[in-house]
Design a protein around this ligand. Sequence first.
Ligand SMILES: *Cc1c(COP(=O)(O)O)cnc(C)c1O
Length: 393
Amino acid sequence: MRCGNGIEARQVDELFINIDPIQAGGRLTADAMKAVVAYGDGYSVCDNCRKPNRLDYISKPPIAEFHKDVAAWLNMDAVRTVPGARRGFQAIAQTYVNKGDPVLVTSLSHYTEFLAVEEAGGVAREIAANDRKIVTPEATAAKIEEVKKEFGRAPVLAFIDQVDYQYGNMHDVGGIARVAHQYDIPVVCNGAYTVGILPVDGKALGVDFVVGSGHKSMAAPAPSGILAATAERGKEVFRTTLIEGDITRRKFGIKEPEMMGCTLMGVTLVGMMASFPHVKERTKHFDRELENNRIVMEALLSIEGTACLSEYPRKHPMTRVDTTASFDTVAASHKKRGYFLQSALEEKGVTGLIPGATKVWKFNTYGMTRRQAGHLADAFVAIARENGLAVRG
Ligand SMILES: *Cc1c(COP(=O)(O)O)cnc(C)c1O
């Protein structure tokens, strides 16, 4: 099938088990696919937009209700949809960060948090992860004190990744927020890898904001995401416009500058909404995801020389492994060189490994069935045996 203009139909998740670390949680549900077809047209959610004209007030399709549902689900007070988690970070940074202000991120933070700080004119200061690649409340306290010495004042904002993109490790956002709040620093829980994957309770964490990624973790089309705030912080980030034209004297009512008025106006929003009941349900069964990951990890660790670089046992199915002393020793003499592992996996119906990776790489078992996890585990062991690597057990 072709879509025209040289575009072929993409068939990846239809034909393979996809272990790409960033794609697993964003795969569309069947309901989202229907929504994509039905709401593909531009501004398609605007048919029934009535006064006061703003996206989050539209009741047909039930966009207003979706906003309330997401807020309740995350145990936060106010929610807006945004074109990606990064746009949530940007809205927050633009609200709190002025030129030269120090902002806390971590040594495992995603680049989009850095860019949000940069664009607002802030200065990034990283809380160091410890040697187990965990960011702790103690390290946070130490960094805040360091920043106070350097800048003569505390950081104005803190971005903390609940699960980081490098190791998929879980960090104590609640403990970190308690420390930051002693200095009146608003805390953003970056839930790009958690909102839509596992239960997230903003009030229990005690954070000011929860940001989620629709296309990474909520089975939604890109670019989509959510920005949730407490009532107090919502008033700040979701403040309404005050600007006025000098000739026409026009004002723009309840439009919110950080949202540029309206955000997701069609397929992205309706796709996220259509998946939402499924997403809510799947977070209740996160234990199954960890069990699938364990099946694959035990197989990988049975291959001599393989190490898990992420915390272990795993608390998230996105995992970083080191196969320098196992699969990489094969690459040196294999006729396909570093591509042998990817190629062997594809022959067994598995895709998503970074092309050429044999040393340090990440994979994600999220969303697999038990059978698929078993197949993946067997595939790694079989490839190891076929290439003369020692396998225990
Ligand atoms: C993927 C990712 C992001 C970016 O999310 P978008 O929705 O694509 O903007 C931010 N932070 C972390 C930790 C991520 O893994």
